[in-house]
Design a protein around this ligand. Structure first.
Ligand code: E4P
Length: 218
């Protein structure tokens, strides 16, 4: 299972990278705005800065909503760095753009996916990644994990190569549940990755080991 961090914050990306388990980064226009990154030149530079910190894929989202605009923007993003994956929304022109990018060797992440039907379309169009937003479904009393299971079943039935990127992860249990289902990738905040570290018995056990060592070695 690949671990992506879902942020445009360079400090958090560095921290996750230093942990040694990071496989990539996902961003979106809201996350970029949160970091105060505005203006085309600054936005493009920020994507390159992220690519220079991590070894893996970096999703950069188009903001155009028509086919020609998405193609123009996506080609420009893909040119920035070999690690860039063009993030495309699940709308009609987005599906056409996914197919265009797939035919032209540009890797994509289909975003804002909330149903198995949308995920099937993304795979048919040749998306590299599909991003079902499980947290946002949970937020409206709908079982986000069930969607991940449905997509896993459909993709396995037909051996689609599109990778399931479980997005909108809110916490550590989401990560574990997605791993059980067989999501290929998860993207979440740094806290969802660091939460995996925690167990009180580890802390108690370590404190005891250090105490016992100190008895004979002080
Ligand atoms: C996915 O790539 C999105 O950037 C992200 O996971 C959305 O998460 P949110 O629902 O926490 O905004």
């Amino acid at each position: 299972m690949k671990f992506f961090i879902d942020t445009a914050n360079l400090d958090q990306i560095k921290e996750a990278q230093e942990l040694g388990v990071l496989d990539g980064v996902t961003t979106n226009p809201s996350l970029m705005a949160k970091e105060g990154i505005t203006g085309k030149d600054n936005i493009l530079k920020h994507y390159v800065d992220i690519c220079n910190i991590v070894d893996g894929d970096v999703s950069a989202e188009v903001v155009a909503t028509d086919f020609a605009g998405m193609v123009k923007e996506g080609e420009e993003l893909a040119e920035l760095h070999e690690q860039i994956v063009v993030k495309v929304p699940m709308i009609k022109d987005g599906v056409k753009a996914l197919k265009y990018f797939s035919d032209n060797g540009i890797r994509t992440n289909c975003t804002l996916v909330f149903s198995a039907g949308q995920a099937l379309l993304a795979a048919k169009a040749g998306a590299t990644y599909v991003s079902p937003f499980l947290g946002r479904l949970d937020d409206i009393s709908t079982d986000g994990l069930n969607l991940i299971s449905e997509i896993r079943l459909i993709y396995d039935n037909y051996e689609f190569e599109t990778q399931i990127l479980a997005a909108s992860i809110r916490h550590t249990m989401h990560v574990i549940d997605c791993a059980k289902i067989g999501a290929d990738v998860m993207t979440g905040p740094l806290s969802s990755i660091e939460g995996l570290l925690k167990h009180p018995l580890t802390d108690i056990g370590l404190a005891q080991f250090l105490k016992d060592y100190a008895k004979g070695n002080s």
